[in-house]
Design a protein around this ligand. Structure first.
Ligand code: MLT
Ligand code: MN
Ligand code: ZN
Length: 294
């Protein structure tokens, strides 16, 4: 399976248009790599590509990635559809970039599909897509030889949803297995708290892309909900006894990668102490455009 990391930043990207913090300023000056919002593309056969989330930066990301260019017919595209992990604007906003593409299939959990009803109504006016339940029993098989299951990893609801129905699976992680090679990717860019389920997923994976939004819980200057592993804004921090770094350290045999990095996160700076500690644990912080073979 090939995996292209189209974007590796959290909502807003790096630099964020309206942020003058030190890290955003350094990215503007070219002293740190710029990053677009979290999104990846996977394929089992190099012909049928599936997007993992659809970031608002998708047009730029698709244009920068030769494997995803259209052709040979004038409107042919290797993009077959999208697997959404949640309904946040930075993960679903890019669906509008794909409007008009015929016959795309979008997988999402039922509360996510419901939350996106207004957007789906707009998109259907350009050309109908098929929407499927990502949490369907037994998972699903994607053209290209990928078998996928979705696993609930959090109840985080986007701010724009009025009167949300509580559901522990508002946010899912995907386990994607290449039938031909047996390679397994876990994609979990939004994680509220570490769980035994995540340990189980990591144990059976060759490679995991994991939520690296915040390094410390107080990074955004907001309150920590429970004093443990659960950061404000519903993202588990990297650091701390209950953070993701300690959890990922329990899985040394796998390739482990942070994505969805917020522009407040010192991991953005390759010279930071945070980055040295992460590298020492064997965990990677790759760049936009990097390709993995799993
Ligand atoms: C998040 O991951 O917490 C959200 O994407 C925040 C946002 O950008 O609205
Ligand atoms: Mn986000
Ligand atoms: Zn900033």
């Amino acid at each position: 399976m090939r995996v292209v990391l189209l974007g590796t930043a959290a909502g807003g990207g790096v630099p964020q248009w309206n942020c003058a913090c030190t890290l955003c300023a350094a990215a503007r000056d070219g002293k740190l790599p710029s990053r677009t919002q979290d999104c990846a593309a996977v394929t089992g056969n190099s012909r049928d590509w599936w997007l993992l989330n659809a970031s608002p930066d998708l047009r730029t990301q698709l244009t920068a990635t030769a494997a995803l260019w259209p052709g040979p017919g004038p409107r042919d595209t290797p993009v077959r559809g999208v697997l959404l992990t949640d309904a946040e604007a930075d993960h679903a906003g890019g669906l509008t970039v794909l409007r008009g593409a015929a016959g795309l299939k979008v997988y999402a959990a039922p509360p996510v599909t419901a939350a996106l009803a207004p957007l789906r109504g707009q998109l259907d006016s350009y050309g109908p897509w098929e929407w499927a339940d990502s949490r369907a029993d037994g998972g699903f098989v994607l053209p290209g030889g990928l078998v996928v299951t979705a696993h609930p990893v959090g109840g985080k609801v986007p701010k724009y949803v009025p009167d949300p129905v509580p559901d522990p699976g508002w946010v899912v992680a995907y386990r994607i297995e290449d039938l031909a090679t047996g390679g397994v990717l876990v994609y979990a860019p939004c994680v509220g708290a570490w769980s035994p389920l995540l340990d189980e997923l990591l144990s059976g994976a060759d490679c995991a892309l994991v939520d690296g939004t915040f390094h410390t819980p107080a990074e955004m200057g907001t309150a920590v909900r429970d004093g443990g592993g659960q950061a404000a804004m519903g993202h588990l921090p990297v650091s701390g006894a209950h953070g993701s770094l300690a959890a990922l350290a329990r899985h040394p045999g796998r390739r482990r990668i942070y994505t969805h990095l917020n522009n407040t996160n010192p991991l953005l700076d390759p010279a930071s102490a945070a980055r040295a500690q992460t590298a020492g644990t064997g965990i990677e912080v790759p760049l936009d455009g990097d390709e993995l073979v799993v």
